[in-house]
Design a binder for this molecule. Structure first.
Ligand code: HEC
Length: 156
């Protein structure tokens, strides 16, 4: 268990010091925080999400979530924001899973962009799959930072 924890520490640098201190106090609790920051490890779900992504999302968000050419921060000639990358180069990772799911289900808020609403076209399970795929595009470091954002959102 100690070795597993050390390996997780290497990959998930953020917040490790605190976890180490906690584990010294209560050795039995080591695996719990480690599990909370463990990456989405279901390759089958990620694979399903990839297929949904390629069919429905890649045309706007680019292959592997890398975005399209041009600056996604600037409004286009129609006054609307272009699709941002969904990998860790933009800000998709600032949002907890619930917010990502809502954005995908409801589309662009208030007509700020041309993101269609996917509710009714994708099932909730398919939206979960595509979110898992998007999260798989983030580096370990960004995933760990996102994981803290996720945990805080679940406590509120
Ligand atoms: C027609 C183009 C288009 C398609 C197709 C599209 N999107 Fe988007 N998406 C956008 C735009 C434009 C935005 C920016 C929204 C805004 O500012 O209003 C966006 C925003 C998002 C965001 C929020 C990103 C952030 O950084 O806050 C997520 C998540 C997202 N899209 C996921 C998806 C997924 C998943 C699919 C496929 C199921 C998809 N999009 C399909 C255009 C598209």
């Amino acid at each position: 268990m100690k070795r597993l924890f050390a390996v997780l520490c290497l990959t998930l640098l953020a917040g490790c010091g605190q976890r180490e201190a906690a584990s010294e106090a209560e050795p039995g609790a080591v695996s719990e925080p480690a599990v909370k920051v463990a990456r989405q490890q279901d390759p089958a779900q990620i694979q399903r999400g990839l297929q949904i992504y390629e069919q429905n999302c890649a045309a706007c968000h680019g292959a592997a979530g890398k975005g399209l050419l041009g600056d996604w921060r600037l409004r286009g000639p129609d006054g609307k924001f272009p699709p941002p990358p969904l990998d860790d180069s933009a800000h998709a990772w600032h949002h907890p899973t619930a917010v990502l799911k809502r954005m995908i289900a409801q589309g662009s808020p208030g007509g700020s962009g041309n993101m269609p609403a996917w509710q009714g076209r994708l099932s909730e399970g398919q939206i979960d799959d595509v979110v898992a795929y998007i999260q798989s595009l983030w580096s370990d470091k960004i995933y760990a930072v996102w994981s803290d954002i996720e945990q805080r959102s679940l406590q509120n």
